[in-house]
Design a protein around this ligand. Structure first.
Ligand code: NAD
Ligand code: TYD
Length: 350
């Protein structure tokens, strides 16, 4: 039986990856390591928590002793590393937390892997999950490829860029079998309502204003989270050591067009007159250093490993809205307590 450590498995993307691996590979044992920050939620994994091939461990990747002990205890075959601080706005108010988890945490995992696996690096894999934001911002044309130079602008993307460099350095210097993927914006179920889509769904449902930064003309390339999880599965199993793959949906939307589509879907779902939800759109002060456009060229992944996105955006967005409307308890649980303080600081007092 193979043992794989998935870090950040209680978060948005991590929970989809854990679910996919636990159900698809009964002959793997999945160890989910998560600190359970505000973004980590064990309710995301309720349906698989009792499976015999799944173990949850609460812990902090910033704690090097803890990480080393975990590697010694579990005799891991591989790591899929998703644990991170992931929200750009939070990185602007608290950059050091991003350095600690995203950079130091990643280096702690790399050190533990280097020490535990040094006898046979080729039998163990370190998969680092990263973001397209490391490439910076595009103008009106072009796409990020795997050879685009890094040009991060936010503390979040700078910390992810740094962690990517460390992963490559450990591959090149020590011979660790490492692979990296850089993915575009994800959407889907279990997404914490601080990011554009779940925040807007939550606000529309509660008749609260939908905050649009700046002009609303910034562009993101949206991918269904389960398609990302499938890509991670394919890359973990098939990529050659030292390889990077870009993952994206070829699905670019300006924020304002996306929100109009979301409002249209929600008007129908909530039996509102057409145009009712869009009245909630409110332009607010722009994000500092706001990247204009992201767009991913995922042709390398499609050609070499045969991965293709499965869902059209309107279908995926409708499924996402349905999930949030059918999971009110999940939403009210994560938007109580600290969320209210976050929301006030981020939006009300801007
Ligand atoms: P998330 O914020 O929803 O989840 C992050 C998880 O990591 C949480 O469960 C949290 O508790 C855990 N965590 C945070 N700090 C930790 C620490 N010090 N030790 C252990 N666990 C810790 O994030 P997400 O959106 O699921 O993103 C997962 C990964 O994918 C991140 O590395 C992110 O950079 C990357 N990514 C995200 C997107 C996106 O659109 N969300 C796109 C591309 C890449
Ligand atoms: P976000 O979901 O935070 O993802 P990222 O910044 O990692 O791309 O934001 C997506 C886009 O939506 C981005 O251009 C910023 C914008 N945005 C708003 O206009 N209003 C908001 O309240 C949020 C959270 C984001």
């Amino acid at each position: 039986m193979k043992k794989i450590l998935i870090t950040g498995g209680a978060g948005f993307i991590g929970s989809h990856v854990v679910r996919l691996f636990v159900t698809k590979y009964p002959n793997y044992h999945i160890v989910n390591l998560d600190k359970l920050t505000y973004a980590g939620n064990l309710a995301n994994l309720k349906d698989i928590q009792d499976k015999p091939n799944y173990t949850f461990v609460k812990g902090d990747i910033v704690d090097a002793d803890f990480v080393n002990e975990l590697f010694t205890l579990h005799k891991l075959d591989g790591v899929i590393h998703l644990a991170a601080e992931s929200h750009v706005d939070r990185s602007i108010s608290n950059p050091l937390e991003f350095v600690m988890t995203n950079v130091i945490g990643t280096v702690n995992l790399l050190n533990a892997a280097k020490n535990q696996w040094k006898e046979n690096f080729s039998a163990h894999r370190f998969y680092h999950v990263s973001t397209d934001e490391v490439y910076g911002s595009l103008g009106e044309t072009g796409m990020f490829t795997e050879t685009t130079a890094y040009d991060p602008h936010s503390p979040y993307s700078a910390s992810k860029a740094s962690s990517d460099h460390f992963v490559r350095a450990y591959h090149d210097t020590y011979g660790i079998d490492a692979v990296i993927s850089n993915c575009s914006n994800n959407y889907g179920s279990h997404h914490f309502p601080e990011k554009l889509i779940p925040l807007s769904i939550h606000n529309i449902k509660n008749n609260k204003s939908i905050p649009i930064y700046g002009t609303g003309e910034n562009i993101r390339d949206w991918l269904w989270v389960e398609d990302h999880a499938r890509a991670i599965d394919v890359i973990y199993h098939q990529a050659k050591t030292g390889t990077t793959y870009n993952i994206g949906g070829h699905n670019e939307w300006t924020n304002i067009d996306l929100i109009h589509l979301l409002c249209k879907i929600m008007d129908k779902k909530l039996n509102r007159a057409e145009g009712e939800s869009a009245k909630l759109i409110t332009y607010v002060k722009d994000r500092a250093g706001h990247d204009h456009r992201y767009a991913i060229d995922s042709s390398k992944l499609q050609k070499e490993l045969g991965w293709v996105p499965s869902l059209q955006f309107e279908e995926g967005l409708t499924k996402t809205v349905d999930w949030y409307l059918n999971n009110e308890a999940w939403l009210s649980n994560v938007t109580s307590g600290d969320y209210k303080k976050y929301y006030e600081t981020q939006y009300v007092k801007r």
